[in-house]
Ligand binder design. Structure first.
Ligand SMILES: [Zn+2]
Length: 379
């Protein structure tokens, strides 16, 4: 933690960090903590309008209810969700968001307009009226990147998964898939294929460094070894897992011991019900201490890393996730005058970020060098 330093931004890049740098001061950070913008590695923005409509239900009943509502979605409904979701993400300090839903180019257009860095994966399912199985991605450019989003192993068949794998390799695109979220998914996979979910994906040549495995709450040590061996990435969504009571806690210690990259995501607001990554970090830190009966597990810095550097690593990026010269200027500030962040000093600022802060403490948001939020108001 550096104190009383300036950050010089030129165009979209951080040029220098140091004392008394030359340049026109744009933001007075004397009462701010400045940190890299947060990276939310899993959302479903297009369904943000469904916040609060289907709570306190068993997962299967919940999914059926949500899918019935989604079946009535129009482009206008999806756009309303995209605007609301991206605005909420920005306001609470997310500068990069990874999304998967239907008509994903609509979300990409909103992301372009509002200025967030965006990864969008059109949802691929075999039997869904809104799903697109063409494997032709919309065109990526600038801050907007498209990738493949096969929904899960129980909604996407083997030939589709193999086709996705091939297309992703050819097009050098990432793949994200929900995996091993519930005990039922594991039991069904084992019964139908004689293999557990990660074993199944490995057997069809699906795993790779470009694959984001979302949830991973139920895994054996053998599966963890396979994830590490193929350098696939894990996206942890603790609030969604707890709310839907998937019944297991993601084995974060066993993952980190193996050197598996663990990033953090909120999941959609129908199972969270917000896109605030400060809340997600808070819950992630507490969940594993509680689960392992060990308060030394998932210390504050490790959780902050999940939402910043690890998120960047999961996306294969070396230019975001840190504040460092020559990195992209994706930066957020929090207002240290806010009561829940006092008292403060350098030794406890990381603690405050994880255990005391919320997204509503975010004061400024800069993405690609552009000031998007100033003094808690959208520019
Ligand atoms: Zn999800």
């Amino acid at each position: 933690v550096l104190e009383n330093v300036d950050i010089l931004i030129e165009n979209s890049t951080i040029r220098a960090i140091g004392k008394n740098l030359e340049g026109e001061p744009v933001i007075d950070c004397s009462a701010r903590v400045v940190l890299p913008g947060l990276i939310n590695c899993h959302t479903h923005l297009g369904m943000t309008t469904l916040r609060g409509v289907s709570d306190d239900k068993e997962l299967k009943e919940w999914l059926t209810d949500v899918q019935e509502r989604e079946a009535h979605f129009t482009d206008a409904t999806i756009q309303e969700g995209n605007y609301l979701g991206i605005a909420e993400a920005l306001r609470s300090g997310t500068t990069t968001i990874v999304d998967t839903f239907f008509r994903e180019e609509l979300a990409g257009n909103v992301a372009e307009e509002l200025g967030i860095r965006f990864y969008g994966a059109p949802g691929i399912l075999n039997n869904h009226p809104l799903a697109d199985t063409s494997l032709t991605l919309p065109t990526s450019s600038g801050r907007i990147t498209y990738c493949f989003g096969p929904h899960a192993i129980y909604t996407t068949d083997e030939s589709t998964l193999k086709a996705v794998r091939k297309a992703a390799t050819e097009q050098k695109a990432l793949i994200m898939i929900h995996l091993s979220e519930t005990r039922k998914e594991r039991a069904d996979c084992k019964r139908e294929r004689g293999l557990l979910p990660v074993e199944y994906l490995e057997s069809i040549g699906f795993l790779g460094r470009d694959v984001l495995l979302v949830h991973c709450t139920w895994l054996t040590k053998r599966e963890l070894d396979m994830i590490k061996q193929h350098n696939a990435k894990v996206v942890h969504c603790p609030e969604s897992n707890m709310k839907l009571a998937g019944g297991s806690c993601m084995p974060v210690q066993e993952m980190l011991e193996r050197g598996i990259t663990v990033a953090l995501g909120t999941d959609g607001v129908v199972s969270n019900n917000n896109l605030d990554m400060f809340r997600e970090m808070h819950v992630a830190a507490l969940l594993h201490k509680h689960h392992y009966w060990d308060p030394t597990v998932t210390p504050a810095q490790q959780i902050l890393d999940m939402a910043t550097v690890n998120g960047a690593k999961a996306l294969g990026r070396t230019d975001i996730g840190r504040i460092h010269p020559e990195m992209k200027a994706d930066i957020i500030t929090l207002d240290l005058n806010d009561l829940n962040l006092q008292p403060h000093d350098a030794t406890r600022i990381v603690s405050h970020l994880i255990y005391a802060a919320s997204g509503m403490n975010v004061a400024e948001v800069i993405i690609d060098g552009t000031l998007i939020i100033k003094e808690k108001v959208f520019v």
